[in-house]
Structure formats: C-alpha cells, structure tokens
Design a protein around this ligand. Structure first.
Ligand SMILES: Nc1ncnc2c1ncn2[C@@H]1O[C@H](COP(=O)(O)OP(=O)(O)OP(=O)(O)O)[C@@H](O)[C@H]1O
Ligand SMILES: Nc1ccn([C@@H]2O[C@H](COP(=O)(O)O)[C@@H](O)[C@H]2O)c(=O)n1
Length: 230
C-alpha cells in the first residue's frame, strides 16, 4: 500500500502534537514533533551560552549538535535526544519556551532542522507537526491540516498541562508566552507560520481529542484511497 506524508501546522498549543501522535499511531506511521528539534537546539544554545546573534558562533554550535528521536518503552512515545541525552522533559522548560522562537528565526538553524526533517520524510509514512511543515518542509505533502483553536482555549489547555508539573506557574505567564511565540513565529523573515493554500483547516475549539482524530483520520483515509489509484 502506498504511503503518504501528512503535515499538521498551526499556532502554539492548539493540539497539533496530540493529533499528529494519535493519527500516526492509527496509521502505523512515524510521528515527528518538529518543535522538539527547535527546542533542543535552543537548550544547547542556552546551556553553552551561545551568542546567537553571531553567525559564526551559531554555525559552530550547530556543527556540535546531533538530534535524534528514540522510542520510550515506558511512555510509548518518541523522545527527543540531544547528543545522546534524553532531553524530552528539559525542552518543555519555560526558559526554553521563552527563547525558542527567537532561535527559530535564525536562517542557519532552520536550514539545519529542515534538512533533517526532509530526510525523515524520504520514505513517506510520516505525520509531522510544526509551523512550516506544509509550506516549506513538505510543500508537496498529500494531506495538509492547519489546526486552529480559540486563543483563550489554547491558553487554558496549556495552563492546565503545565500547572500539573509546576503549580507555581500563572495563567499570565502562559498567555504571554503563547502570544509572544505566535507573534514571532508569524512575523519572522524565514519560513513564517502560514496556512498552506491547499491545507484543510481544523478548528478544534469545541472538539474532543477523539473528535479531532476522527476527522483527520477520515481525511487521511480519503487521501490514501486516492493515491492508490495514481
Ligand atoms: N481537543 C482537545 N481538547 C482538549 N485538550 C486538548 C485537545 N487537543 C490537545 N489538547 C491538550 O492541549 C494541550 C496542547 O496540545 P499540544 O501539545 O498537542 O499542542 P501543540 O499545538 O502541539 O502545542 P505546541 O505547538 O505549543 O507544542 C495539551 O495539554 C493537550 O493534551
Ligand atoms: N516547524 C517548526 C516547529 C517549531 N518551530 C518553533 O519552535 C517553537 C516550539 O515549537 P512547539 O511546537 O514545541 O511549540 C515554536 O514556537 C517555533 O518558534 C518552528 O519555528 N518551526
């Protein structure tokens, strides 16, 4: 059976990774959270005090970074590794969230990440979520989904998730971070967050996780049927 590439883009915290992970599981496809790659690069820059305003420092730092995803038996999910260290939890830290969008504006960082993402999709059978997956990484993807949700709903969902790990966190902190990232991501020069012209929009403000999966799975099955006849 022929396989396809599915891209899921959208604003911060609208449920892209949740949907992409579940969809990949149902289809027995690879799931890649491209945001985790930008987060891991940011973690490396912060830890090593890299001055990311300086192109040479960025290039040297990138040459020292190896990113990979490895399956975690305990969680049943793929974790991001930075130079053989599992940093899946560390990259979700607020300090990383505060800096990741600035780091993601850097052309060299994007070229570094995009080249690896395209390599991962060579054999198709992949669901990748992010900001520029349907526009830049896989512009010819068979199925592109652009997820949206009401900003207040997005803040509430992310707050609920982070509060469980850190009861000190405030809703203002979460709201400011989402707004800042959405602004930088949408306004950067290289590969800004955009809805691809051929993407299907999925507003999940009032949908459960199961309902959004059901819709996406329906679109994926339709696409799969079409490509078998080509
Ligand atoms: N339909 C839904 N209803 C309620 N909560 C949801 C729904 N979809 C996802 N969530 C929850 O919302 C939060 C954000 O989801 P997720 O991490 O998948 O978003 P994202 O778009 O990948 O975010 P980011 O780009 O910021 O990493 C998570 O806590 C997730 O469990
Ligand atoms: N394709 C992508 C994916 C992510 N980014 C940047 O990384 C940040 C974190 O991503 P999450 O999906 O984990 O929220 C995001 O805010 C972007 O700045 C990107 O540029 N391109």
């Amino acid at each position: 059976m022929k396989k396809i590439i599915i891209t899921i883009d959208g604003f911060s915290s609208c449920g892209k990774s949740t949907l992409a992970r579940q969809l990949a599981q149902k289809l027995n496809y690879v799931f890649i959270d491209s945001g985790a790659m930008y987060r891991a690069v940011t973690l490396y820059f912060l830890r090593n005090h890299i001055n990311w305003e300086k192109k040479k420092d960025v290039e040297k730092a990138l040459s020292e970074i190896n990113l990979s995803f490895q399956y975690n038996d305990q969680t049943g999910r793929s974790d991001i590794y930075l130079n053989d260290e599992n940093v899946e939890l560390l990259v979700r830290d607020m300090l990383v969230s505060e800096n990741v969008s600035a780091v993601s504006t850097i052309r060299e960082v994007r070229e570094f990440a995009v080249a690896q993402q395209q390599q991962m999709g060579k054999k198709k059978g992949i669901v990748m979520d992010g900001r520029d997956i349907g526009t830049t990484v896989f512009p010819k993807a068979e199925l592109k989904i652009f997820v949206t949700a009401d900003p207040a709903v997005r803040v509430e969902r992310r707050f609920k998730e982070l509060f469980e790990k850190n009861p000190q966190i405030t809703i203002e902190e979460v709201k400011n971070n989402l707004e800042m990232r959405d602004y930088i991501d949408s306004n950067r020069e290289v590969s800004p967050l955009r809805q691809a012209a051929d993407a299907i929009v999925l507003d999940n403000s009032n949908l459960t996780r199961d309902e959004q999966l059901h819709k996406a799975l329906h679109w994926a099955k339709e696409k799969l049927q079409q490509v078998q006849h080509v």
